[in-house]
Design a protein around this ligand. Structure first.
Ligand code: BEZ
Ligand code: FE
Length: 294
């Protein structure tokens, strides 16, 4: 019997044959993804002429990335973030009409169980050394009308630059809370002024950043996930306009529309009275604009 197998198999033959094997994939979207993935992955290998030693290093790196993950540490999200993948996927997934609040990277530090708090509550009661801050504004639709019953899920690093899950008492929820708007769409959150912080560098992502001479800093920000019945939810940040890392965020998450001025209140003034704050403190005003579901 004569074999039909080719006697010479080139790199391009392998690529073509791998793509051919995906032709029978019943789900057309999965077929499209696997075909394109094969084409780009093989193209990358050929472009850099990857050696066996380098491929083995890559497998060791990905294995270590998996081993670093557990219930509260997600090294793969961190890898996706630092490779710019999360933000490219974000931009593809959330094309907003002009005026709607832009989304940004979700990050690995959200925890689902944050308590729903009364409007104006302080999420930073345990953060004794931070500058007290009031973040306030409205949740609106794109026509500027208030959205009642919107849920704002807020989370933030403390003034030392750590999320609660990175602290020794990691089980305790800190610097987190959920707030629900009333008829006027207004929200008020008491917290501490955010600070820039280093993403975790004690795992494979840190090794990658170090080897490529990249810094691990994220500019100061507060995370918000805002949702309301009948609207597309938005996951975003509010960034502090004075932060030195706005132009070099380690995870590419900054968008101009999300940068706000934190106003300083060194002495007793109207804001101190309105919010019941003891100076010194800062305030930041930001309106979230939601797009109605199609
Ligand atoms: C964060 O902002 O919490 C974050 C986002 C991406 C990577 C690491 C941290
Ligand atoms: Fe963060």
């Amino acid at each position: 019997m004569t074999s039909k197998a080719p006697t010479t198999t080139t790199e391009d033959d392998i690529t073509a044959e791998t793509i051919r094997r995906f032709e029978g994939t019943p789900d057309p979207r999965l077929r499209e993804i696997m075909t394109s993935l094969t084409r780009h992955l093989h193209g990358f290998l050929k472009e850099v002429q990857l050696t066996e030693q380098e491929w083995f290093e890559a497998i060791k790196f990905l294995t270590a990335t998996g081993h670093k993950c557990d219930d509260i540490r997600q090294e793969f999200i961190l890898l996706s973030d630092t490779l710019g993948v999360s933000m490219v996927v974000d931009l593809i997934s959330h094309r907003k009409p002009a005026g709607a609040t832009e989304s940004t990277v979700f990050g690995p530090f959200h925890r689902p169980g944050a308590p729903e708090l009364p409007m104006g509550a302080n999420i930073a009661a345990a953060d004794k050394n931070g500058m007290p801050a009031v973040v306030f504004g409205r949740v609106l639709d794109v026509a500027g009308r208030p959205v009642a019953g919107a849920l704002l899920d807020v989370w933030q690093a403390n003034s030392e630059g750590f999320y609660d899950s990175q602290l020794p008492n990691a089980d305790e929820l800190q610097m987190r809370g959920k707030f629900r708007t009333g008829e006027d769409g207004r929200y008020v959150v008491r917290t501490t002024r955010p600070v820039h912080y280093s993403i975790p560098t004690d795992g494979p992502v840190g090794v990658m950043l170090n080897a490529t001479n990249r810094h691990p800093w994220r500019p100061a920000h507060i995370h918000f996930a805002v949702s309301a019945e009948g609207f597309e939810p938005v996951t975003t940040h509010v960034f502090d306009s004075i932060d030195p890392y706005l132009k070099s965020d380690a995870v590419f998450g900054v968008k101009d529309s999300l940068i706000v001025d934190f106003q300083e209140h060194p002495t007793r003034d109207k804001a101190a009275e309105d919010f019941g704050m003891e100076p010194p403190f800062v305030t930041a005003e930001f309106d979230f604009v939601l797009k109605r579901r199609a």
